[in-house]
Design a protein around this ligand. Structure first.
Ligand code: COA
Length: 201
């Protein structure tokens, strides 16, 4: 049973897979700790081969993913999870570096993509890093990883392109010139669903 089963009491009765908009509205970003290890392991071992390759660089076995999760809860500066239907659907890990930057990596369950969950995780990480006096978040991924390229572009990342890999550096809002803050927006504003709701600077 998921640790989140009893926590979101007002969500009882969600049986059908939510639509894109419904998943975004119902998704909740949480900070995860050692008590969530079984949920994290369940999410990671539920990844298909392509997702394992994109996230870790190769098709890791279930055993190595479980061990990886143990290491992550012990060493990550912060782990964010996105929960929908009382189930963990994605995670983002942040590792603070002495340079003042932080490395991050994320993955969303392959059945739950294109619903804004990756964006929810990334904006939570940017907000956290900003509050923690971190200058920038760096994400590294394969050059052909277009979803990541698009996701990072949306956060106004600066890209560094290598032979097979690329890295995206996302400056935290406090490091952006005011006029160009998030390419003209704050993370809060960018997080708003695109339903015509009012935004506030
Ligand atoms: C990258 C990943 C986390 C994105 O998660 P997601 O929940 O699908 O992302 P979102 O729905 O929040 O999409 C955010 C933006 O990314 C872009 N995007 C996401 N998936 C895309 C795709 N398949 N093709 C094109 N653009 C895509 C969109 O521009 C979207 O912005 P929009 O909503 O304004 O259109 C997900 O694809 C994933 O888990 N991939 C495997 C793991 C991985 O590659 N990790 C990278 C190592 S750090």
């Amino acid at each position: 049973m998921s640790l989140f089963e009893n926590e979101i009491s007002d969500s009882a009765g969600w049986n059908a897979a939510p639509s894109e908009a419904a998943a975004f509205a119902r998704a909740e970003v949480r900070t995860l700790g050692a008590e969530h290890l079984p949920d994290i392991q369940c999410l990671l071992t539920g990844l298909d081969e392509a997702s394992r390759c994109l996230r870790f660089g190769w098709a890791c076995s279930d055993t190595s993913l479980k061990a990886y999760a143990q290491g992550a809860v012990a060493t990550a500066s912060r782990i964010f999870g996105v929960v929908v239907d009382r189930q963990l659907r994605g995670i983002l890990e942040i590792y603070r570096a002495p340079s003042g930057c932080a490395k991050a990596a994320l993955v969303v369950d392959q059945r739950w993509r294109r619903r804004g969950l990756g964006w929810r995780l990334l904006t939570a990480a940017i907000d956290w890093a900003d509050a923690a006096d971190i200058d920038a978040i760096r994400l590294t991924f394969a050059r052909h990883n277009w979803p990541m390229r698009r996701l990072a572009s949306k956060a106004c990342a600066k890209f560094d392109i290598g032979l097979d890999e690329m890295s995206a550096e996302i400056a935290t809002p406090r490091m952006r010139p005011r006029r160009h803050s998030f390419g003209c927006m704050t993370t809060a504003r960018l997080r708003e669903p695109t339903d015509g709701a009012q935004h506030h600077d």
